[in-house]
Ligand binder design. Sequence first.
Ligand SMILES: [Zn+2]
Length: 106
Amino acid sequence: MEDSRIDSLNLKARDDRFFRAAESVLKKYRICRRDRLEDGFVVFDVTGGTQDYVVRVHPEWLANPDCTCPDAAQRARVCTRGYCKHIIGVLLSNEEFRYQLLEAFL
Ligand SMILES: [Zn+2]
């Protein structure tokens, strides 16, 4: 198989994993948007999983979203530019920020 074909298959597998994980977040977790900005970020509490996490999204995308979970700092940093499933879940569930998902696929 050509390399480019293999690459696109790997991408597809990655993206599938990605959205399955995000889907589970949307089903299982509760995402609550705080009223106050924090350092210019919109803050979301992601609760209902084994642990609660905080996702921050910059409304003008001057910085990428971040999350307090360990995955965001480790595996997701390498595989998906730091976009863990909580970040994906938050972005998917907030239409105004959905465009920031793009970063994970570039
Ligand atoms: Zn996370």
